[in-house]
Design a protein around this ligand. Sequence first.
Ligand code: AHM
Ligand code: MG
Length: 330
Amino acid sequence: MSTTNLAAFLSQGAVDPRLGELVLAVAEGCVAINGHVRRGALGQAMGALGSENVQGEVQQKLDVLSNDVLLEGCAKATGLCAMASEEMDTIHPVREVGAEGGYLLLFDPLDGSSNIAVNVSIGTIFSILPTPKDSYGRAAAEADFLQPGRQQVAAGYVVYGPQTQMVLTLGAGVSAFTLDPDSGDWVMTAADIRIPAETKEFAINTANTRHWAAPVSRYVEECLAGVEGPRGKDFNMRWVASMVADVHRVMSRGGVFMYPWDKREPDRPGKLRLMYEANPMALLVEQAGGGSFDGQGETLDAKVTSLHQRASVMLGSAAEIARLRAYHAS
Ligand code: AHM
Ligand code: MG
């Protein structure tokens, strides 16, 4: 096991020091969030707030607390120009974009909110975009954020599970860091993570079976048919209902994670949000040799029209995503 810590990893030659500083600020914020998560009912962070976010979801105390931690902690990163979050209607400006450009940070501060009360793994998801050239010398605007996921210069998540781990890409491979509870250091515990191409596991909320589109139904039915079916092997189904935990399992041992479009709200592309859920996860999965698909094309190429845009999400092992893509095409 390597003992490279996150700060040393980020200070390697090719990484822009201001990007490294920003990722470290996110990581520090996540240490603070981790503290609140670990204290649970012993602290002040459990329960609902009574307010709703821009998506009309009831906010938990931990959602808002985590958002505040990241807003305050990341603002000190000198290259950061503005932030956006699942929990805020509009962007949070930090400083004007300098002559050499800067960064935009997006996050879902506390993913898997429905699992807070039941002590099941939850997480933080983040995405970092460059400021567009035409923003240099002025304050960043919301329109500056509306870049396809392909433009991300970094993406990651932290899972608050039995261990607290950060999985990170700077656009060239994926590494994992485990938070050492004694030293408070993020210690590199996996480098060049590769998602196995083949799998026997899928993750989807099967309570929505009757609402699915035909290609998704076909895919799941074939998995369920097991060794007697067209796949010729038995599958396992897993659904934590925290995207971070479900994607972390895919990262660790392969599989496919789906929250696809369904017929409940035909005009809504999906439940999950493109910019701070689907895109960062899609970049991580792609960098680990997997694939992503939104029912039409690759998630990372999806056109972005609004900050809180929803997306149909299918990601994981390359062969499974290719199969889902083929089913959607036929
Ligand atoms: P959140 O960001 O408000 O926590 O919502 C996103 C979560 C994902 O983590 C998870 O995959 C999904 O919602 C679970 O949805 P459902 O309860 O419909 O299964
Ligand atoms: Mg979320």
